[in-house]
Design a binder for this molecule. Structure first.
Ligand code: GLU
Ligand code: ZN
Length: 318
């Protein structure tokens, strides 16, 4: 079935702040890949994490994309408008028995995960969920829920582990990338005055399917999410998109642009008098598509774009 679907990519920014050249790099590659195959590309604002989102940045994101020369098809989708579809997916997972309620607090998890192996806390292993709630019976689950204790829903690690996958840029990758987190949250708990809701992993899958996305181009910081997302896709009975994980753009000191103090934004670069062709020329040089580092437009790059020619990272912004 996959072969007959027409190509569709997407931009899936979280409206949490200004875009920087690292975002421009991933989004331009998503656009170039889709448009060089005469495919569609959709925009989705991933705003489900209200503690981090600043709604006013949605307008700035659209302006930055358009300034760089990127268009998209149809109306942008706002993720918080999709709650019913997300709930429906959760119900399907519940029926299939692939998710279970977890009543652990964050400190319960850190304590359980870090107790036996002192010293592993900093390596990220403390994040791994130890499976405390995975073994309860359905009756025990129901009793707990009836008591009104806050709980989230977690997806069980499949018996044969998380699915392996082939990345369009990086080649074959093991599902074990997702072992760092173990059984992961698909639905967040109601906590205090904060309402629960879908996790990024669930929402991204349900909405990619809804928008007919056939290829996902995004930063390689999300590599370990892919086996989790593939497991959800399999359980919901959908076909998986192709994945292309691209290197993050680093500054001259090797830091991710997002982490840089007062990180330089596209809005700042524009205010300094740089045209979009300057940004694209520099990025394309790092990708390996523009050896002379001359100024570039997306239309010109589209004519020569080919995944096989991309250099692997590190990509730098100087
Ligand atoms: N909204 C996510 C982010 O901005 C990206 C999700 C994705 O590309 O899968 O980090
Ligand atoms: Zn638990």
């Amino acid at each position: 079935m996959n072969g007959s679907r027409s190509v569709a990519g997407r931009f899936a920014p979280s409206p949490t702040g200004f875009l920087h050249p690292g975002h421009a790099s991933s989004f331009a590659l998503a656009w170039l890949s889709a448009r060089s195959q005469n495919g569609s590309i959709f925009l989705r604002l991933e705003n489900i994490d209200d503690s981090r989102c600043r709604p006013e940045t949605s307008t700035e994101i659209k302006r930055d994309l358009a300034w760089l020369g990127m268009d998209w098809d149809g109306q942008p989708l706002t993720q918080t408008d999709r709650l019913e579809a997300h709930l429906f997916a959760l119900e399907t997972l519940k029926k299939r028995g692939t998710v279970y309620p977890c009543t652990c607090s964050r400190s319960d998890i850190v304590r359980a995960a870090s107790a036996p192996q002192v010293g592993e806390k900093d390596s990220g292993i403390a994040r791994r969920y130890p499976g405390t709630c995975a073994q309860r019976s359905e009756t025990e689950d129901r009793d707990l829920i009836a008591q009104g204790i806050p709980f989230c829903w977690r997806m069980r690690t499949p018996k044969n582990g998380w699915p392996d996958f082939v990345d369009g840029l990086l080649g074959k990758l093991p599902g074990s990338l997702a072992d760092n987190e173990g059984d992961f949250v698909v639905w967040r708990a109601n906590k205090g005055n904060q309402r629960g809701g879908p996790s990024y992993q669930l929402a991204v899958v349900v909405d990619d399917v809804f928008q007919g996305v056939t290829e996902v181009v995004r930063g390689d910081d999300l590599l370990d999410s892919t086996p989790r997302q593939l497991a959800i896709i399999q359980e919901l009975g959908h076909s998986a998109p192709k994945y292309f994980h691209v290197p993050l753009v680093l500054d001259a000191e090797g830091r991710r642009l997002a982490k840089r103090a007062g990180s330089l934004s596209l809005a700042q670069l524009r205010a300094q008098g740089n045209g979009p062709w300057v940004i694209l020329g520099q990025l394309a040089e790092q990708w390996g598509l523009n050896p002379t580092a001359c100024e570039q437009t997306l239309e010109r790059l589209r004519a020569i774009f080919c995944w096989n020619q991309l250099k692997t990272g590190p990509w730098e912004w100087r």
